[in-house]
Design a protein around this ligand. Sequence first.
Ligand code: C2E
Ligand code: CA
Ligand code: CA
Ligand code: CA
Length: 283
Amino acid sequence: AKRAGGARFVRFEAEMRERSARRTDIETDLRLALQAEQLFVVYQPVVALRSDGGTDRSAGVEALVRWQHPVRGVVPPFEFIGVAEECGLIGALGDFVLERACRDFVRWQHELGELAPRLLAVNLSRAQLGQREWAGTVARILGETGMDPQRLQLEVTESLAAQDTDVQLRLHELKALGITLALDDFGTGYSSLASLHLLPVDTVKIDRSFVSQSETSHHHRVLIEATVKVAQSLGMNTVAEGIETLEQADVVRALQCDKGQGYLYSRPLPQDALAEWLRQSAV
Ligand code: C2E
Ligand code: CA
Ligand code: CA
Ligand code: CA
C-alpha cells in the first residue's frame, strides 16, 4: 500500500509540475499576446423577453474576451483570466477589453442606427476594482471612444462586491460616472437575497445553473421567482443567463425575467457577425 501511495504521490507531483509549467507558459504567452494583438472580443446578444410585440428584441450585448493563441488556437477565458489576475496582467487586459468593446459599440451605433444594441455589458475582475485610479481610467476610455456612460453596464460577481469597503467605494465612483452595474452569476457562491440591497446594482443576472434546471426542478423555478420578485421590489431588472431551449425561455419569461441570454438566441459573435445578427433578427 505504501508503494502504491508513493507512486500516486509521484504522479501527483508530476501533474502539479505540469500544471504549473502550463501556467508559466500561459503567463509568458499572455504578456506577448497583449502586445501582439492576439486578444479579441466577442459579443453575445441579450434579448428582451417581455417586449410588447411578443417578439424578442435585442436589448444589449455582453463583451467576452478571447485569445487567439498562435499554437494552441482559441484559448477560453477560464484558462487565462485567473492567471492574468495572479500575475498582474488583468489591468492591461481589462482596459483592452473595455476600450475595444466601447469602440465596437459606438461603431454599431453609427452603422446600425435604430438596430444598434441599447446596452454594452463588460465583465470586471476583482483586481480591476482594487486599483485606486480605476474610475479615472474608465472616464478616460469613455471620453476617447465617445461611449455614452449610460449605455455601459459593468458586471461584477457577488464574492467580489460583498463586504469590501474599497470595492464598494469604487462601485459608487463608477455609478457617479453614469454607468450601471450588474450582479453576475447570481445564485452561485454564498449569495443571499437579503444582501442584494447592500449593493448599488441595477441588474441581477441569474446564473445559468438555475436556468438550465428550470424546466425539471420546481426548486429552481421557485428560486428564480423569488430572485425576480426581490429584484423588482428593489427597482432592479433581471437577466436569465444560459438559455439554451425554447422551453427554458418560456419558463423564465413566465417567471417575469426581463431579459435573456444564451445559445438559443446566439453564441458570442465577432463585431461584424453581431451586426449581421442584429440585421437578420430585425426582419
Ligand atoms: P460569464 O460572465 O458568466 O459569461 C457567460 C459565459 O457563458 C460565457 O462563457 C458564454 O459564452 C457562456 N454562455 C452563454 N450562453 C450560454 C449557453 O446558452 N450555454 C452555455 N453552456 N454557455 C453559455 P465564456 O465566454 O467562456 O466566459 C467565461 C467567463 O470568463 C465569463 O463568465 C466571465 O466570468 C469570464 N470572462 C469572459 N470575458 C471576460 C473579460 O473580458 N474580463 C473578465 N474579467 N472576465 C471575463
Ligand atoms: Ca458576465
Ligand atoms: Ca454570468
Ligand atoms: Ca461565470
